[in-house]
Design a protein around this ligand. Structure first.
Ligand SMILES: Nc1ncnc2c1ncn2[C@@H]1O[C@H](COP(=O)(O)OP(=O)(O)OP(=O)(O)O)[C@@H](O)[C@H]1O
Ligand SMILES: [Mg+2]
Length: 317
């Protein structure tokens, strides 16, 4: 494990984004997977790190439990607890996209190790594991579970940026208050940590103007000028189900939407009594566009922040 000073660790981790929310089911994993996948598709080299023992990220990328890399998760535990070099368990899971997978056993061992190492050395353990390899990537994205304080603490100590997906209802917005408090605590060990933005997800098609209504509430929690992404992610159950079932990201699923001619052909087959498998919903195209908009905004915000920091004379390499 690297012995870099904290400032050097944070400089090495300057493109690390953690997707975080203490609430379950608010598309943290879908956000991490699609951000990483679309950024890689656009030509960036990306590392995805799964800190969630549920390992949904692997599922979203089409890795089954019995498939290659069923030992996923050992890499992370070995790097953090044993000081070994962090090696992605699934290099090249897509073009330009590497994955450090999670698994329940190793994550449980990691949480136990972290619980016994609450000192600054333990808190910075993920930053130390990532520092040697993060500079090889244009973007590193960390997916987190809704629970497990220990994992959130090391992610917030390693990341430069936080993305918080949230639903727009009152109880979800209250859940963000907890993250706001932890954000303030994390900045004591990681003063470079920034809130890159809050992403409104699962927004009903009929209520896309909702963004303005909730912005005021978000500002109240994060002290005045919390950035909210312009893009919102629509609620669209069928494409989400298809994507996870097939292990495809939204922009990959989009290519399976049948053309009009194919749709008519299927209708004719069905009318003739044939059993026709349900086609991928055309809403998949809209969902893929939502994730593309979010990815573009994320990359632009990072570029803007880096330009601002170098203008401020920050010590970026
Ligand atoms: N646009 C969408 N509309 C509706 N459902 C969606 C959409 N995108 C993803 N989903 C579904 O919502 C569920 C929760 O998504 P996801 O697993 O990304 O949330 P999470 O915040 O990571 O959950 P957890 O807290 O368990 O880690 C999944 O079943 C997923 O397929
Ligand atoms: Mg998840």
């Amino acid at each position: 494990m690297t012995q870099l000073e904290p400032a050097a660790l944070h400089a090495a981790c300057r493109r690390v984004v953690a997707v975080v929310n203490g609430k379950g089911g608010v598309l943290k994993t879908t956000t991490a997977a699609n951000l990483a996948g679309q950024a890689a598709d656009a030509g960036h080299s990306v590392l995805l790190v799964d800190l969630d023992p549920q390992a949904n990220l692997s599922e979203d990328l089409g890795i089954t439990q019995n498939g290659a890399g069923a030992d996923g998760g050992a890499a992370l535990f070995d790097a953090i607890a044993r000081g070994k070099e962090l090696v992605p368990s699934h290099p090249g899971i897509r073009d330009r996209l590497d994955l450090v997978a999670a698994d329940p056993m190793n994550t449980a061992a990691l949480v136990a190790w972290l619980a016994a190492h609450r000192d600054p050395g333990g808190v910075l353990a993920l930053a130390r594991a990532l520092a040697p390899i993060a500079p090889r990537y244009d973007l590193v994205v960390i997916d987190l579970p809704p629970v497990l304080e220990e994992l959130r603490r090391i992610a917030l100590a390693a990341a430069r940026y936080l993305v918080i997906p949230t639903q727009s209802d009152i109880s979800s917005l209250k859940g963000m208050r907890l993250i706001a408090q932890q954000f303030a605590q994390a900045r004591q060990v990681n003063p470079d940590l920034e809130l890159l933005g809050i992403l409104l997800v699962l927004v009903p098609e009929s209520a896309r103007a909702i963004r303005d209504d909730v912005t005021a509430s978000i500002h109240a929690d994060f002290g005045g000028n919390a950035p909210v992404f312009r893009t919102v992610i629509r609620h669209a159950l069928a494409p989400a189900r298809d994507a996870r079932k097939r292990g495809l990201l939204a922009h990959e699923l989009e290519t399976f939407v049948p053309s009009q001619a194919e749709t008519f052909a299927r209708l004719r087959q069905r009318a003739a009594g044939a059993t026709v498998e349900r086609a991928v919903s055309s809403t998949a195209v809209k969902v893929a566009a939502d994730w593309a908009g979010f990815t573009e905004e994320t990359l632009m915000r990072i570029a803007e922040r880096e330009a601002e920091r170098s203008g401020e004379g920050g010590a970026e390499r």
